[in-house]
Ligand binder design. Structure first.
Ligand SMILES: NC(=O)c1ccc[n+]([C@@H]2O[C@H](COP(=O)([O-])OP(=O)(O)OC[C@H]3O[C@@H](n4cnc5c(N)ncnc54)[C@H](OP(=O)(O)O)[C@@H]3O)[C@@H](O)[C@H]2O)c1
Length: 238
């Protein structure tokens, strides 16, 4: 039986690139999605053509009860699960003084609480495995833009290191801190190109750089609690 991976937000963009990469390596794939049902179906078709099992799971990560349910459903269908990728996220921006409790809860539920409880479910269900959390180059910076988003990613950064310690040697827990890779949903390429001057490597990234970093974390079983900055050195300019 193949080993299997759950990728949250795996229907498109970075999550899809990670799902296809793992399928090509022979993993069965559980794709989590929320609103992108059509894209999830397309990705499932592409993965099945590679020759591994793939199933899609709809879940709004804002709802913690549904998140707990997602862990059990995936384990039922994929008893051989051994990788969890916490990739799904929202990237909202509201000034600190305008943040409402509802806005705060939404950001934290999706970006922090869901990865927390999916990791807990994963750790309860598997004997050995790997968790990779998607963070942001901003975790290195005391920026007040995207205030709650950045706080949620900083929390996930510290969770990654704490969980790595707690779950070793059974489960490795690592993170990836992307810089500008893809424009945020609704923005075009110019959004990222404006940032090039602030990036020491003078270019924007692409999903291949992320997949490359992911594969390092996948293959190096002496690495845990590590958060790799894949950002052209952007974190150095903070
Ligand atoms: N793109 C970049 O350049 C960049 C830069 C820094 C950090 N990152 C981090 O890298 C990861 C991947 O980036 P990305 O740009 O590919 O992500 P993205 O497209 O912004 O989001 C990934 C997925 O998150 C899911 N999601 C959003 N709200 C949800 C909810 N309420 N319930 C369940 N799922 C929800 C969406 O699934 P559905 O579409 O199915 O609703 C979406 O497709 C993220 O964690 C992001 O923070 C990316």
């Amino acid at each position: 039986m193949n080993k299997a991976a759950l990728i949250t937000g795996g229907a498109k963009r970075i999550g899809k690139a990670l799902a296809l990469n793992l399928a090509q390596k022979g993993f069965d794939i559980a794709i989590h999605y929320n609103s992108s049902a059509n894209e999830a179906e397309e990705t499932r078709n592409e993965i099945e053509k590679i020759g591994v099992k793939c199933k899609t799971f709809k879940c709004n990560l804002e709802n913690t009860i549904d998140v707990l349910d997602l862990s059990s459903k995936v384990k039922e269908d994929f008893p051989n699960l051994n990788i969890l990728v916490n990739n799904a996220s929202i990237f909202d921006n509201i000034d600190f003084l305008d943040v409402t409790p509802e806005f705060f809860d939404k950001d934290f539920n999706i970006n922090f609480k869901a990865p927390f409880f999916l990791s807990q479910g994963f750790a309860r269900n598997v004997d050995k495995g790997l968790i990779i959390n998607f963070l942001d180059t901003r975790v290195n910076r005391t920026t007040t833009e995207h205030f709650v988003y950045n706080l949620s990613k900083k929390s996930l950064y510290h969770f990654t290191r704490m969980a790595a310690k707690e779950l070793a040697p059974r489960i490795r827990v690592n993170g990836i801190c992307p810089g500008p890779i893809l424009p945020p949903p609704g923005e075009n390429k110019e959004y990222l190109e404006k940032l090039v001057d602030k990036i020491p490597m003078n270019k924007i990234g692409n999903t291949e750089y992320i997949v490359n970093a992911f594969n390092y974390l996948l293959e190096n079983d002496f690495t845990t609690g590590e958060c790799l900055f894949v950002d052209g050195g952007k974190h150095l300019n903070y």
